[in-house]
Design a binder for this molecule. Structure first.
Ligand code: G6P
Length: 611
């Protein structure tokens, strides 16, 4: 979390920094700040959104061709002007911005206090600024050496951009655990937490690895490790269209991303699933396919929505490929001494490719000798670079904090892998395999159809926008969708919501049901249809309000539910891809009706790079 930008070149830095911060605001929006080098270092910072900062500097001198900027998701110290980045060292030699957490900051702080340092903020970043300065003054070394020596004493995670008053021709950037990308232009360089602020200036980027330090000046870049080993920068070309980063006429990124799903799902399987030849080809898994086919067990790890996609994966792999699956929260997995065997396949799912817990869990699984695969959306992010092999979801940039199109893309990838494995392991016959391919191809147009009836979702949302609780019920493949529907609602509208396996309702949640409780039931035609009909009866018997998502033409549930929202029929294995769309729309409309900030819900961040 936290977004970092930097610029060094011949242009005015401020417009580049502020636009960059707006692109990175999904990473945190507690405060924002910039430092601009122009004879002196001018620092402007403000609690609140990037726009608040932009308004604040409107009458200030913001000139300068070198600068750094930051948008914060608070860890140490409440969000206020003082704790906002950039931070300055006590004697004003260094100004820096930081994404991550310095875990041993307390010990370092005490030592610096003993040596006469005074602290003005509650942040771990100020400790780092003072530590670098202490080494710089005491050791009489260059800024670069001071940074490298100071970082060798630090435990924790950082993405850093640093300016030194005494060496005003450069920016020093360093990475450990928190992502950092350098954009390479003509006589100019850009720094950012991800490529989105860079893409409008250059398509050439360098992804920093852990323990890399980059020294950027107008005339060139030098890359080394913190131990001073020289590195040769590897320049990658990014394939990101600037239009994908705009709202394109939609009120919110979330709505745009919901409506993009027919295309994003197609992009996920296009070129990988052949409708004519009835084949699935996953290039990123080519080298590990023999191991996958022989797998005795698959462990899926992820957080948030990605974990929900993993649960759908469990049903898919067990049913289609008959491989036992365990799905784990990355944060629990990494700390509970899990049993990992060398022949295990671990699949890490992550939209951002940067989630700290998922990354740490991957490292643990690799140490134990497992084969680790990634399912990620952001190309070049840390997780795909850490895993042995993987499949990109190609859903395009997801900017709304509440994940939508990333979920359906993840489920699409899991479906493709499970189908390919089922075919190779002969646990599904050719006929079923072919039917599933045909059905997968029909999913985008079926989603189009659901989206056409958006006004129906708005109508139901208006009726229940003031409810204080919601219950979401589903069975089989649709149980994880119920969890995802509840998560979507609570994260953007702040209504308490719970997802439950429908049959489990009678072991607790049924006690909550009364005439005020909306219960969203996923009740499409599948093998547990009759069971879910009984669950609806149970809710109605207690006067609960039933909003049922049903298959087109359903007449039975229509008679008992308060509202039925029809969606096209599909195979059970693919039903998560369709049933989640109504739940995304419901939560979106309810949040808008409650005047909530849909794209930037309170306290959340899109990319969680701290534990
Ligand atoms: C945050 C986001 C969620 C996301 C989760 C996991 O909590 O707000 O939308 O599902 O992180 O992120 P990842 O990038 O690993 O999928």
């Amino acid at each position: 979390m936290c977004g970092i930008v930097g610029y060094i070149g011949n242009k005015q830095a401020y417009p580049i920094l502020i636009n960059g911060l707006k692109r990175l605001e999904y990473r945190g929006y507690d405060s924002a700040g910039v430092a601009l080098l122009n004879k002196e270092i001018n620092i402007f910072k403000k609690k609140g959104k990037v726009q608040d900062l932009d308004d604040y500097v409107s009458d200030k001198d913001i000139s300068g061709t070198i600068g750094i900027g930051h948008t914060r998701w608070a860890t140490h110290g409440e969000p206020n002007d003082l704790n906002a980045h950039p931070h300055t060292s006590m004697n004003n030699h260094f100004v820096l911005i930081h994404n991550g957490i310095i875990e041993n900051y307390n010990r370092l702080k005490e030592k610096l206090i003993d040596r006469g340092y005074v602290f003005y903020t509650d942040t771990d970043t100020e400790v780092l600024a003072n530590l670098i300065e202490y080494v710089y003054i005491k050791g009489k070394v260059s800024a670069e050496i001071a940074v490298r020596l100071a970082l060798s004493k630090v435990v924790g995670a950082y993405g850093l951009a640093i300016i030194c008053k005494g060496e005003p021709d450069k920016i020093i950037a360093a990475r450990k655990g928190s992502p950092l990308v350098i954009g390479v232009g003509e006589g100019e360089y850009f720094i950012a937490s991800d490529a989105t602020p860079i893409v409008e200036h250059t398509k050439s980027v360098i992804y920093l690895n852990d323990d890399d330090v980059a020294i950027l000046s107008k005339d060139g870049l030098s890359l080394k490790t913190i131990k001073n080993d020289k590195l040769t920068p590897k320049i990658h070309k990014i394939n990101l269209d600037i239009g994908e980063l705009e709202k394109n006429g939609f009120d919110h990124f979330m709505l745009k991303e919901i409506f993009e799903q027919p295309r994003s799902i197609l992009d996920t399987f296009r070129g990988r699933v052949s409708l004519d030849k009835k084949e699935i080809h996953l290039g990123g898994l080519h080298t590990v396919m023999p191991k996958l086919i022989e797998a005795k067990r698959i462990i899926i790890i992820g957080c948030g929505t990605s974990w929900h996609a993993g649960l759908v994966g469990e049903y898919l792999f067990e049913e289609l490929a008959r491989i036992p699956v365990e799905v784990e929260y990355a944060s629990e997995f990494r700390y509970r001494n899990p049993i990992i065997n060398e022949d295990d396949i671990v699949i890490a799912i992550s939209q951002s490719g940067e989630t700290a817990d998922t990354l740490a869990a991957i490292k643990l699984a690799k140490q134990a000798g497992a084969t680790v695969l990634g399912i990620c959306n952001v190309v070049g992010s840390s997780i795909p670079r850490e895993t042995h092999a993987g499949v990109y979801t190609h859903a395009g940039p997801e900017i709304g904090v509440a994940s939508t199109k990333a979920f359906t893309a993840q489920v699409t990838v899991l479906t493709m892998i499970a189908m390919a494995l089922g075919y190779e392991r002969k646990t599904i016959d050719k006929k079923t395999f072919d039917i599933l391919i045909n059905e997968l191809y029909s999913i985008p147009s079926k989603i189009e159809k659901i989206l056409k009836y958006d006004s129906k979702y708005l109508k139901v949302s208006k009726l229940y926008k003031d409810s204080t609780n919601f219950l979401y019920l589903g069975r089989g493949y649709l149980f994880p969708v119920a969890l995802e529907g509840a998560l979507k609602l609570k994260e953007i509208s702040y209504i308490h919501a719970e997802g439950y396996p429908a049959a489990e309702m009678k072991h607790g949640p049924i006690a909550l049901i009364d005439e005020k409780m909306p219960v969203v039931v996923l009740a499409t035609k599948d093998k547990s249809y009759e069971k879910i009909v009984s669950n609806i009866q149970e809710v109605k018997a207690r006067k609960g309000i039933v909003i049922a998502i049903v298959s087109e033409g359903d007449t039975i549930i229509k008679k008992m539910a308060d509202h039925v929202l029809e969606i096209p029929e599909t195979r059970e294995e693919l039903a998560a891809l369709l049933t989640v769309i109504p739940l995304q729309l419901l939560s979106y409309h309810i949040a808008v009706l409650r005047n909530c900030n849909v794209d930037q819900p309170r306290n959340l961040a899109k990319s969680v790079t701290v534990e």
